[in-house]
Ligand binder design. Structure first.
Ligand code: MG
Length: 320
């Protein structure tokens, strides 16, 4: 299938926003999601005035290719951001993160992973996303990709200092992992936020390990899942395309949200979320246990894609 990139300019509140992250194979629902990423106007609040299909307002399931948009098409939108809406303060700001996971679902079918539309989006990230290396990749190392929020750090509990919100054994974990793995941090937030948190936690300039680079929300892509709608995910293909030494055979990714692995279900390990730091600081030993798992598979397993990370606690090198 041939996939074409589509650029739409949205006019809203007297400003223009360029939506570049679309292909003609995406749907109106995806367009709305991308508009949301740019403007913070939630899809259900967007009124897209001149988006028509067969003379009627275009429904969410209509493909962009069917809209026959002219080059330099300008889409007129009316809508309010949550911040502008009175009842916004009653909504938790991470509602999407917490509620919308795939815990109840089995691993997704591979069609999502291989779909031409998503591969095109990954290509665009590979082309346009600028990675700033903080250290150099080391020969023969495997790759560990880590989420921040609720994985390494609890950003929502009350605390006096950043270190109180740090997951216990974080530095021990990173020191141990560094022996066999190059380490990448990937968070669905902004680069500024990531840099600040990593400095605050003392990760940015630790003497026992180095971070290879950080990735932020702009390296993520949006995918459409039939029963869930559009969600943002972290496709490892972005890293694998730029760093050929890493692949599904030597990469593992930790996240407390399973849907972030949607493009790479076999490479993801869903870590138990670290929440309520003030209550759990003294008992959480997840990172210690995971250190041992990382060490064992690095030494014993030639191909990580053969592993089932859902059963990481029962991993036995003799049986695999
Ligand atoms: Mg998280």
């Amino acid at each position: 299938m041939e996939v074409k990139e589509v650029v739409v300019v949205v006019k809203w509140s007297g400003k223009e926003y360029k939506i570049v992250d679309l292909t003609d194979q995406d749907t109106v629902e995806m367009l709305r999601h991308e508009i949301y990423r740019k403007t913070q106007v939630r899809p259900e609040r967007q009124k897209l005035l001149n988006l028509k299909h067969k003379g009627k307002p275009a429904a969410d399931n209509v493909k962009i290719s069917a809209l026959e948009l002219k080059p330099n098409f300008k889409l007129m939108m009316v809508g309010s951001t949550e911040a502008d809406i009175e009842d916004a303060c009653s909504l938790p700001d991470d509602i999407g993160d917490v509620v919308d996971d795939f815990d109840d679902a089995e691993d997704r079918d591979e069609s999502v992973e291989n779909s031409a539309v998503y591969l095109a989006k990954i290509q665009r990230r590979v082309r346009d996303y600028k990675i700033t290396e903080l250290s150099k990749p080391r020969a023969g190392k495997k790759l560990l990709v880590l989420d921040i929020d609720y994985t390494l750090f609890d950003h929502r509990s009350p605390a006096e200092t950043g270190t109180e919100l740090m997951r216990p054994y974080l530095h021990e974990f990173l020191t141990s992992a560094y022996e066999h793995y190059d380490i990448v941090i990937w968070s669905a937030t902004s680069m500024r936020w990531i840099e600040e948190k990593m400095r605050l936690l003392g990760v940015a300039n630790h003497t026992n390990y180095k971070i290879l680079f950080y990735l932020d929300s702009n390296a993520m892509i949006s995918v459409h899942v039939p029963e869930r709608g559009v969600v943002d995910v972290k496709p490892l293909g972005v890293i694998w395309a730029l760093y050929k030494q890493y692949s599904s055979s030597n990469t593992i990714m930790f996240d407390d949200i399973r849907r972030n692995f949607l493009m790479n279900p076999k490479s993801g390990l869903k870590i138990r979320a670290f929440r309520q730091a003030h209550l759990n600081r003294s008992k959480d030993t997840e990172l210690l246990k995971l250190s041992q798992y990382l060490r064992k598979i690095a030494i014993n397993c030639k191909d990580f894609s053969m592993l089932n990370h859902r059963k990481w606690e029962h991993y036995d090198p003799k049986k695999s």
